[in-house]
Design a protein around this ligand. Structure first.
Ligand SMILES: [Fe+2]
Ligand SMILES: [Fe+2]
Length: 170
């Protein structure tokens, strides 16, 4: 019966064995390797954000094209700044910065561009919360504070995008 329980999947799709293993890891705390791997995941999403904003700026269309283009282009320097910070930090921690780019979803529909961007910004906020907790657990207080500043940036981006989507009639 205990064996069957180990294979049983819960609402999260994880077995009891997976959950026990995760709890064991959480107890031990994250390692520096986990932190570097997480920062590399973040870096791949930042590369993806640069590509998405560049292409949305070029693909947006219609009577408000100029405003939308300006908005998307204005995001690029912030995301590039994030790639710089992450790559520098990964090197400083003794890791190798990734060349991978997270999957980029592109559309020619203006509203969808903002919806996709909002999804990306919100997931960045979630990831940087996780990363700040990892940094904190490792005693990397400076990094934790810098990651919290990234949370500020990405939250501001998400709020700006929400303003575009508010009362957007099809
Ligand atoms: Fe970013
Ligand atoms: Fe952002």
């Amino acid at each position: 019966m205990a064996k069957a329980e180990g294979k049983k999947k819960g609402g999260t799709g994880r077995t009891k064995d997976d959950e026990r293993a995760a709890a064991g890891r959480a107890k031990a705390g994250p390692s520096k390797r986990d932190l570097i791997a997480g920062l590399n995941e973040d870096l791949s999403w930042e590369f993806g954000a640069v590509i998405a904003y560049r292409l949305f700026a070029s693909l947006c269309s219609g009577p408000y094209r100029q405003e939308m283009r300006q908005f998307f282009e204005a995001e690029i320097p912030d995301e590039l700044q994030h790639t710089q910070f992450l790559a520098d930090k990964i090197v400083a921690l003794g890791g190798h910065p990734t060349t991978s780019v997270a999957p980029v979803e592109i559309t020619t529909d203006n509203r969808r561009m903002f919806e996709l961007s909002l999804k990306t910004e919100r997931s960045a906020v979630r990831r940087y919360h996780e990363r700040a907790a990892q940094a904190d657990a490792l005693g990397e207080t400076g990094l934790r504070i810098q990651l919290e500043n990234l949370i500020v940036d990405e939250t501001t981006h998400a709020e700006e995008i929400e303003r575009f989507l508010t009362n957007w009639k099809r």
